[in-house]
Design a binder for this molecule. Structure first.
Ligand code: 6PG
Length: 241
């Protein structure tokens, strides 16, 4: 499914409505809601909106029943400016009544990214009590090179079939990343791409027109929904969307 919203604010609103609906349904059915947050800059507006007391979302959300995870993380400590956890914490988690024990951030301060990844996999399996967790909602972004989470073009992680979390070396960034893998991402109940800005228009065109092979195209939920939320600027080059 695809929705094109007029601007970044409307995009964040559409994502917030989806977050609220999914969180209420999951808590009603199972008493809890599990969500993987995306990183980068695009989700910040959504996080800010969800936590804003002057907007209609905050009071509807069952914050104490939500388990927060991250689709990927940079290999930096949680107080580092590049930390996806830090961004989400400042924009949302520190402003709403979440249970501190339900915030499952990647232990990215571990000097060994590989150890951090396997520790995070264990946290996911233990928290969800599922050997292959089905997270209720997984948020993803799209890089200009077609990467999503921290699965970059040409990455060996694209071929991962067993591990749920991996620690690939990203040559172009000269750093390790910690990322959920395709088996886990494609097991999500609702997988949502948030894509904003004219700088993404070309990659959106290539991904949707199936040119070449991009990691984002490998996101095909086995038994869940796939929702693309784009703003108009990101959709400009893809005519028949
Ligand atoms: C990260 C992300 C990454 C991100 C894309 C888009 O840690 O960087 O999770 O996959 O979603 O790079 O980033 P922007 O939203 O900043 O364009």
């Amino acid at each position: 499914m695809l929705r094109i919203l007029a601007n970044p604010k409307d995009l964040a609103h559409a994502a917030a409505e989806h977050f609220v609906a999914r969180s209420l349904a999951a808590v009603e059915q199972r008493g809890s809601f599990s969500v993987a947050l995306s990183g980068g800059s695009t989700p910040k507006l959504l996080f800010t909106l969800l936590a804003d007391p002057n907007e209609p979302f905050r009071d509807q959300i069952p914050w104490p029943n939500i388990h927060f995870f991250w689709s990927d993380e940079r290999h930096v400590p949680p107080d580092h400016p590049d930390s996806n956890y830090r961004m989400a914490n400042e924009a949302m988690l520190s402003r709403v009544p979440v249970a501190k024990n339900n915030i499952h951030r990647v232990p990215s301060e571990n000097p060994s990214a590989t150890e951090a990844a396997s520790e995070y996999e264990q946290t996911l399996v233990e928290t969800t009590r599922q050997s292959l967790p089905q997270l209720d909602l997984i948020l993803l972004g799209l890089g200009a090179d077609g990467h999503t989470a921290s699965i970059f073009p040409g990455s060996e992680v694209l071929h991962e079939t067993k591990r749920l979390v991996a620690a690939p070396w990203v040559e172009k960034l000269k750093t390790y990343r910690i990322t959920m893998t395709l088996p886990l991402l494609n097991n999500g109940a609702s997988v949502v791409f948030l894509v904003s800005g004219s700088e993404k228009a070309e990659i959106v065109k290539n991904v949707f027109e199936g040119r070449d092979r991009y990691p984002a195209q490998a996101i095909k939920p086995t038994d869940g929904e796939l929702l693309w939320l784009l703003d108009k600027a990101a959709a400009t080059e893809t005519a028949d969307l």
